[in-house]
Design a protein around this ligand. Structure first.
Ligand code: SER
Length: 582
């Protein structure tokens, strides 16, 4: 049995319900591009909302983290990974959480406790030291030399605001050498394998920390790293997770893994992430913004490294590798089955596109070098920025002509550019995780009304295809084969405002998924929901499967106004609308 199944079975045996993995592209949450942790989709429940599956949950969650994309190529970094998690929503706390983690590691995975060390929250001005966790670890036989007290590292929060709390991290000594008596964080053989967060606080935008209604537990364990540890390999990419994928790349290129690790890891990692992003029901395509831009960079970087391995870029190499990945994961993730061909299409089209700029870039390069002069930083950056030419390629090609490139100057420009995009993406996290502010909540309820109004005014075949909410506006994508007429727009707006004025009550009920669907509740992606679902109704005008949160009654919404109606993609229209207090 693999790690994922062992984990789920164990926590189910401890009274947990398995919940499905949320999509990699979060819905109704403009504050982040991707799900970066197992807890992320659970934020409303950690904040106190009732979860239809109860108080003990577990899952494996798809996560994408791109902050250290450039580090991929070494033995440990991945842009996509699966995170195992178990949660207590106001049920068990530190004692059981630590006991079960210890039991799972030592009795199910048979990791000797002599290979383990932990860190515990040291305490600060606001929150005292976590003595309960410290004593629990001692009682389980972890010696005090292996229990480190730290402050910063042992307080967990995703981004700037949201649910948070002290945590205890579990480390494993990954080396053939004898495990040292003392835990030493600077010794990189100590690798973190599990993080148990005792989420009892919430941090607001003004930096204030207040108590949550519940004392929750949120734990996270990375599948890739733990699998490598269990298989006794010091390179994550040498574990069974990557074996077939790396072997395929090796076969296509005719080169061994040893000696070509970096490029092979990058191809494997980036294509796997690209597969999951493009398979997501959100329908992300390579572009120059947001998720689409990440997808583009991943695919292009993979292609460049394929070129480095002398793989024929015009062959269908990317399809062969992607199929291995799809086959490996499709029994766990329905969207890979549903969007199998979509994924292959996306990869192929982006490859064709990149090949085109590659050709233009080559022409530009020839023009530049025809003067037989060294390449300055601005030109090197132009080749990178406009034609996607990595600096290594420019340097290599220049060297063949006996020319040099101002690499240092390029690096400076590159950093400057990176800073800019980092600041831009950091802004994405500012609003906190779930965008659960009062304004976003109002917009969220407004999307349900708009959905219902469009069905009445335009066609009963209108269905939601996506939505995005910021504090300033809502965006709503829906299936529709024509541009809305002015009359349709006006009528839709009028109807939403009429419902708002009627002050309809918003109510929530839980029911089996099949019952919800049979009762005509609206739902975007049926596969994605657990067997028991929450259904939000607004008076009797709207009924949708949804995780919330919503306002209590519609008069809280103010006035609804459509500001734009445009095409989004084939057969999909997009409305941008605002709520005002008029
Ligand atoms: N949220 C914590 C983490 O991401 C534990 O799941 O590490």
């Amino acid at each position: 049995m693999n790690l994922k199944d062992l984990y789920i079975n164990f926590f189910v045996s401890k009274g947990h319900k398995q919940i499905p993995s949320a999509p990699v592209v979060p819905e109704n949450d403009p504050s982040v591009l991707f799900n970066t942790a197992g807890m992320q989709p659970l934020v409303p429940y950690l904040m106190g909302a009732h979860h239809p599956y109860g108080k003990r949950l577990c899952d494996y969650q798809k996560c994408v983290r791109t902050n250290d994309l450039d580090s991929v190529g070494d033995t440990t970094h991945h842009t996509f990974f699966e995170m195992l998690g178990n949660w207590s929503l106001g049920d068990y706390f530190k004692d059981e959480s630590i006991s079960w983690s210890f039991e799972f590691l030592t009795e199910v995975l048979h990791i000797p406790k002599e290979k383990l060390a932990v860190t515990v929250f040291k305490g600060n001005d606001l929150i005292p030291m976590d003595e309960v966790s410290y004593n629990k670890w001692l009682s389980l036989g972890i010696p005090k030399e292996r229990i480190a007290l730290t402050e910063e590292d042992n307080f967990w929060i995703a981004g700037e605001t949201g649910p948070c709390g002290p945590d205890t991290e579990i480390f494993y000594y990954r080396s053939d050498k004898e495990t040292p008596k003392n835990f030493d964080e600077s010794d990189e053989n100590w690798v973190e394998i599990w993080n148990n967060v005792f989420m009892e606080f919430v941090k607001s935008a003004d930096g204030k920390i207040s108590e949550l209604p519940n004392k929750n537990v949120d734990t996270g364990m990375g599948v890739e790293r733990t699998t490598a540890i269990l298989e006794g390999v010091n390179d994550n990419y040498a574990s069974s997770i990557w074996k077939d994928i790396i072997a395929t790349i090796s076969e296509i290129s005719g080169l061994p893994y040893r000696g070509n690790e970096k490029s092979m890891r990058i191809i494997a990692d980036h294509l796997r992430t690209a597969v999951f992003i493009s398979a997501d029901y959100a329908g992300i395509k390579p572009s120059n913004t947001d998720q689409g831009y990440i997808l583009r960079r991943l695919i292009r970087r993979a292609i460049r490294h394929a070129k480095k391995l002398n793989i024929d870029i015009n062959s269908d190499f990317e399809s062969i590798i992607a199929k291995k990945i799809l086959d490996q994961y499709q029994d766990y993730y329905q969207e890979l089955k549903d969007n199998y061909d979509v994924v292959l299409e996306v990869l192929k089209n982006e490859k064709i596109k990149f090949n085109r700029t590659l050709e233009k870039g080559l022409k530009e390069f020839n023009k530049i070098t025809s003067k037989n002069e060294n390449i300055d930083a601005t030109t090197a950056f132009h080749l990178y920025d406009t034609y996607g030419f990595p600096i290594e390629l420019t340097v290599e090609m220049a060297a063949e002509l006996g020319l040099e490139v101002d690499e240092k100057g390029f690096e400076a420009k590159f950093k400057e550019h990176q800073e800019l995009s980092r600041t831009a993406s950091a802004g994405k996290f500012k609003g906190g995780l779930a965008g659960n502010g009062e304004i976003e909540t109002r917009y969220h309820t407004a999307t349900h009304l708009l959905n219902a109004a469009l069905k009445e005014v335009v066609s009963k075949d209108v269905h939601q295809k996506g939505s995005n909410i910021t504090e300033e506006r809502m965006r709503f994508d829906f299936s529709c084969d024509h541009k809305l007429t002015d009359e349709e727009k006006a009528k839709t707006e009028e109807l939403v405002n009429k419902w708002i004025k009627e002050d309809l009550k918003v109510t929530v009920t839980e029911m089996p998924k099949s019952e919800a669907i049979n009762s005509g509740a609206e739902c975007m992606f049926i596969e994605k929901y657990p067997d028991i679902v929450t259904v939000y109704s607004i008076g009797d005008v709207s009924k949708e499967l949804c995780g919330g949160p919503h306002v209590k009654s519609t008069k809280e919404l103010g006035k609804f106004k459509i500001i734009k109606e445009e095409a989004s993609s084939a057969g999909v229209r997009r409305i941008k609308a605002v709520l005002t207090n008029e």
